[in-house]
Design a binder for this molecule. Structure first.
Ligand code: IMP
Ligand code: MG
Length: 184
């Protein structure tokens, strides 16, 4: 596939991210006390955030993952949510904390929360590193939030653009450049 011309600029630095992760971990631990919540990360985007959050939580946690996919264009999700990997763990009576990289339309998170609520956890909360409310059309209650951002497309720290850039330690903004006349 031909990758369109684009540039990246640092949008949230690794230092800003680390500060937010520490703040979220402290708030979560304050609320859960000695309980051992089950962190449910959404693959693939949340894998880096979940790894940092779990280690910052300073106490017992368990970790699992689901994979949900919303097919659409490369920088907008479609609303067609599919569960590619379900949670194999029994969650009845557990304290479940969903860990998301970014919430955009809200459809993935709303779908997942409905899906998990049907399995009767003792509690069910939502943590996201990034909240992008500009195109929200499924309301979701976010219990823990790192950043609220405008309608920009970001990559890095787990998040991708067509599978590129998940490895970047900073969160960067993607700028797509219009092809020049006579090009391409
Ligand atoms: P939602 O269902 O519209 O809330 O979509 C959430 C999913 O869309 C995220 O888990 C990401 O996979 C993807 N997404 C939305 N905005 C961005 C972005 O700015 N960068 C990378 N992925 C994004
Ligand atoms: Mg996600």
């Amino acid at each position: 596939m031909i990758v369109p011309h684009h540039t990246l600029t640092v949008f949230l630095s690794r230092h800003q991210i680390a500060t937010a992760v520490a703040r979220l971990a402290a708030a979560i631990r304050r609320d859960y006390g000695d309980a051992s919540p089950l962190l449910v990360g959404t693959l693939k985007g949340a894998f880096v955030f979940l790894a940092d959050l779990a280690r910052a939580l300073d106490g017992k946690v368990q970790v699992d993952f689901v994979q949900i996919s919303s097919y659409g264009s490369d920088t907008a999700s479609s609303g067609q949510v599919t569960l590619l990997r379900d949670l194999p763990t029994e969650i009845g009576g557990r304290d479940v904390l969903v860990v998301e990289d970014i919430i955009d339309s809200g459809q993935s998170a709303a779908f997942l929360l409905r899906h998990l609520a049907a399995r009767h956890p003792a509690s069910l909360r939502l943590c996201t590193l990034v909240d992008k409310p500009a195109h929200r059309h499924e309301p979701v209650v976010i219990d823990y939030k790192g950043f609220t951002i405008d309608d920009v497309f970001i990559v890095g720290y787990g998040m991708d653009w067509n599978e590129h850039y998940r490895h970047l330690p900073d969160i960067c903004r993607l700028h797509l450049e219009q092809p020049q006349k006579g090009e391409g």
